[in-house]
Design a protein around this ligand. Structure first.
Ligand code: SAM
Length: 229
């Protein structure tokens, strides 16, 4: 089975994997990402880590169907427990999970990250929480991307060892994303404004505190969107 047609989201994630990197894909599910990277000739081997038995078995089957069992080591493991120092992993990918869960996975075994050069993270939500964790644990965000697929927005962040201080706005919107103001970024946040404005319209006039908090949220987003104009 060929997995050349992986999702646009995963293809974007794959684009941040350096040539010949030794990667661990945490939460690999069907192992689509490592299989795709080997098919593309980007990497020659990888570890696919998965904590749940069903997705782990899917990964084992897909890897075998693609004759890659000698190249991709599929491991039933929780988070970073999937690798040891001898694996010489230099890039870790964690995609398709909540930002809080990704931060927990990193936090649970953070000493193991000392030898890792690059984290490629794609949280489905709580991006601010993940950025805060990274900057509080000796990582700096070096690149960001945002893609839209099937009506959903996905942020991708690349982090490497280093020092970085982000303010609350940068944590929420992404330091590079808010500077670049791509069409997809603007679309994401305009949709959020539309949603909040609809919610505001439903709050009774007498609920002054609630209305003011909602208006403040809308104002903050609009300020970021207008800063790029
Ligand atoms: N990474 C793939 C992607 O982006 O398409 C699969 C995403 S899937 C929604 C999330 C996967 O992460 C699930 O298969 C889940 O079992 C796995 N997972 C969740 N927590 C994990 C952990 N602590 N360690 C390893 N895998 C985990």
């Amino acid at each position: 089975m060929q997995v050349k047609n992986i999702s646009k989201r995963l293809r974007k994630v794959a684009g941040f994997v350096p040539q010949d990197a030794k990667i661990l894909d945490v939460g690999s599910d069907h192992a689509y990402l490592p299989i795709y990277l080997i098919q593309q000739g980007s990497i020659s081997s990888a570890i696919a880590g998965e904590v749940v038995e069903g997705p782990y078995q899917s990964a084992v089957t897909n890897v075998a169907d693609n004759q890659m069992s000698d190249k991709i080591s599929v491991r039933l493991a929780n988070g970073l427990a999937a690798f040891d120092a001898e694996d010489q992993i230099d890039v870790i990918v964690i995609a398709g999970m909540g930002g809080g869960l990704i931060a927990d996975i990193l936090d649970n075994d953070s000493a193991k990250l000392a030898s890792v050069k690059r984290l490629i993270l794609q949280p489905n939500n709580r991006e601010d929480e993940l950025r805060r964790w990274l900057c509080g644990h000796n990582f700096q965000i070096t690149e960001e991307a945002i893609v839209e697929e099937n009506g959903k927005f996905y942020e991708i962040m690349i982090a490497e060892q280093g020092h970085q201080v982000l303010n609350a706005e940068q944590e929420r919107f992404g330091p590079y994303l808010m500077r670049e103001q791509s069409a997809v970024f603007l679309d994401k946040w305009q949709r959020e404004v539309d949603k909040l404005e609809k919610a505001l319209a439903k709050i009774p006039e007498k609920n002054l505190t609630e209305r003011s908090a909602m208006s403040q949220k809308i104002k903050q987003i609009k300020e970021v969107l207008h800063a790029g104009k």
